[in-house]
Structures are given as C-alpha cells and as structure tokens.
Write a protein that binds this ligand. Structure first.
Ligand code: SF4
Length: 397
C-alpha cells in the first residue's frame, strides 16, 4: 500500500472508531499463527519459524493487549460476544493465553460477555490450554474437524489426525466447555456420498450442539486453486455436490438439529450468537492483523501483515476504510440476512428497500422461479433456493 493511501486510510479510520462506543455487539480477535498452511485456506496466517516462534508469540500477545487497551479506552465498548479466530488460536501457547485473558478481564472486555468462542485445531488442543481458556472466561469452542477421512484431510493439506477431534472434544468437555461446534467441509475432491455420510455419523456421535458444514471453495491465491488450474485435482461435480447438501439437510433434520443458516445447524437455542451478528448486519469490532470491523455501514480492516502490526502503537495500521453507499448497504443487508432460514421479516424488507427500487421486481422474479418465498410475514429462500443460495442472494446485491 502506498504511503499516501495508508495515511488516508488511517485518517478515515478515526471517525469510524468514534462510532463504536456502546453500539458493538461483538468483538473479533484474529490470532495469525498456524503450524502449517492448509491448501484451501485464504485467511491471513503465518507459520512462524521455530527459531523465534516464542518471541513472535510474546510480541504479538503484548501488541494485541495494547490494541485492546487502546480500543477500550477510545470506545468504551461493551460486547456481548467475543470470537477468536485465525489462524489457529489454539496454536498460541497457554502462557500467552493466560496473559491475554487476564488483560482482557482487567480491561473490562468480559464484563458484558455472554458467549466467548475460540476456534480450535484438534491437533493443538491440550488439557493445559483448555483449562487456561476456561479459567479466562471462554465458554464455547469451535473445533476444525473438516473431515474424519484421512485421505480427504490430505487432499486439503490439513495436518491433523481425525482421531484427535474426539480427544479434543473430550478435553474441552472435561474442562467445562459444553457449548461446542464441529466445522466440516463437503465436496472435497474424491469424496463420495458414502464418505460424506460416514463423516456425518462420526460428527453426530460427538453429540455437540452445533455443526457448520460448508462446501469446499477454490479461493483465488490458494495452493488448491493452483492445483485445480494445473489439473491436479478434480472438483466434485455440481449434481453430486447438490446431492451431498441434500443428504446433510436430511440427516441433520433427522438428528433434530435446527437448520438456522444456509451452512449452519444447531440444537434449539444454541446458534452461534457471534455469527448471527454478521448475518443480521450488526456491529462488531476486530483486533489483530487482518481483523475486520463493521459499525453502522462503516467498514474497515486491520492490515493483514504481522510486521507493521507489531511495530504500531495504539491505533493499528488499517486498510479498506469505507462507508457503504445506501444502495450497496441495502444489497448487503439483504444478502446476509436472507442466509438465515427464518428469512427476513417482510416489514423490515419493506422499510429497507426504497419504493420503486428494482429489487421488488427481482424478488418477484426469484419468487416466480421458486427460489424465494413470502410466508408467515417473512421473505426467505425456498428449498430449491437453498441449493443455489449464493447465486440467488447475489442477484439482490
Ligand atoms: S489451520 Fe485454519 S487458518 Fe490455519 S491454514 Fe489451516 S484453514 Fe487456514
């Protein structure tokens, strides 16, 4: 980023921060370390060199604590939810977690918190770590299983032993974390419907309250996308992918899970409250390199680079500071909110979309195609619409 662009982003960031105040619902923290880069991943993360890894963790923890202190002093934020993602949050050593959580408590971040989720890679979950997390206030864990099939994990270049998922879930439960999510991926090259059914059976046997099941996407600038371009992997064909999603819908329904978002299922009353903030276009603020924030249509992102982050003080280096134009905001609110199975209340749809807006015709067109429906006072995706959810919702942007 040029110096001029950087200075302009930093200047535009200040008024955004002033808007945070009591408005935010959630705090997101980005821990940018992984022990290996999975081939499908486009999140910002680095694999620290063994020679100076602990030094990096210490510097990062200290800087994250100072960013949080600056954020709290500047905004007096009162989030109900905290979500720690990455990277691999559970790769950060227990001692660094201890310092981070103690500082967060002392700064007041936990005063209003009801849900505190940490994403975990099963390979890095230890009894010492989960005890530390629970002592520090963490009450929910999202376990990145992705698949229980060793071959499919290899295809994803995901380095963990699938048996470790069960062990990690047990450790979390023993430490007192009852609220658990399992993250899975489907449509992995080489995966069949039978393979998927087996993954689902293992996931169900873990008896967690939440399951996220996303289809594999080939993100630009990932190793997997390159392999695809070179013909080294063959994607699952569209019909099989649709059949896989139908199978997941069926099995999750039989297991009495509530399907509350296109790719998310939960036991009654156990949705991920943090992710609901994203889907309902609520307000959240992020800390750590690459963390994004959104407050009332203002969006910004911390630069995805550890070096500049560590050398900054107080306000972190930011980029992509923008205030969405009204029309774009309407599109984004609709696109996110309609991911929820409940849909969007019709009175909210009508108060959001200006009279005469082209989206009314588009909604009618999509309804006539059987992809959207209005019922019980809500606008929502139909069953057919779900199967092509991203494409349908993209029409309303
Ligand atoms: S562990 Fe997660 S964040 Fe790290 S490379 Fe793999 S998918 Fe990406």
């Amino acid at each position: 980023m040029s110096e001029q662009k950087f200075n302009s982003a930093m200047q535009r960031h200040q008024p955004c921060i002033e808007k945070v105040g009591s408005k935010i619902d959630s705090l997101y923290l980005h821990i940018p370390f992984c022990f290996h880069k999975c081939h499908y991943c486009d999140f910002y993360s680095i694999v620290p060199s063994q020679a100076n890894a602990q030094e990096k963790y210490d510097q990062f923890t200290e800087r994250l604590i100072s960013e949080l202190a600056w954020l709290m002093n500047t905004t007096d934020a009162k989030p109900r939810m905290i979500f720690v993602g990455g990277g691999t949050p559970t790769f950060l050593p227990a001692e660094n977690w201890r310092s981070l959580l103690a500082a967060m408590r002392q700064q007041g971040w936990l005063d209003t918190m009801t849900e505190f989720t940490v994403e975990a890679n099963p390979e890095t979950v230890t009894a010492e770590l989960v005890d530390q997390l629970v002592a520090g206030g963490v009450n929910r864990m999202s376990m990145g299983a992705q698949s229980f099939n060793l071959e499919h994990l290899k295809t994803l270049e995901r380095w963990h032993d699938p048996r470790k998922v069960t062990l990690a879930v047990d450790l979390a439960r023993k430490a007192g974390i009852a609220n658990l999510n399992i993250d899975l991926i489907f449509a992995i090259p080489g995966q069949t419907l039978d393979d998927l059914e087996r993954d689902l059976e293992v996931a169900m046997a873990l008896q967690t309250d939440h399951l996220s099941y996303y289809n594999l996407t080939y993100e630009p600038n990932t190793a997997l996308k390159q392999k695809l371009a070179m013909g080294q992997v063959t994607p699952v064909d569209e019909d099989t992918e649709a059949a896989m999603y139908e199978l997941i819908l069926d099995r999750m329904s039989k297991a009495s899970f509530e399907h509350y978002e296109i790719s998310n299922w939960c036991k009654p009353g156990k949705p991920c409250e943090h992710n609901l903030v994203y889907w309902t276009n609520g307000n959240w603020v992020g800390a750590g390199p690459a963390a994004a924030s959104h407050v009332d249509g203002y969006r910004w992102k911390n630069q995805p680079s550890l070096g500049p982050y560590l050398s900054s003080t107080d306000q972190p280096p930011v980029m992509d500071v923008e205030h969405l134009p009204a029309d774009q905001r309407v599109g984004e609110v609709l696109m996110m909110h309609l991911r929820l199975r409940q849909g969007m209340p019709m009175d909210r749809v009508e108060s959001l979309i200006p009279n005469g807006d082209w989206r009314y015709d588009k909604i009618s067109e999509l309804s006539n195609l059987g992809l959207l429906e209005k019922s019980d006072g809500y606008l929502r995706l139909t069953h057919s619409g779900l199967l092509v959810g991203d494409a349908v919702l993209g029409e309303l942007l």
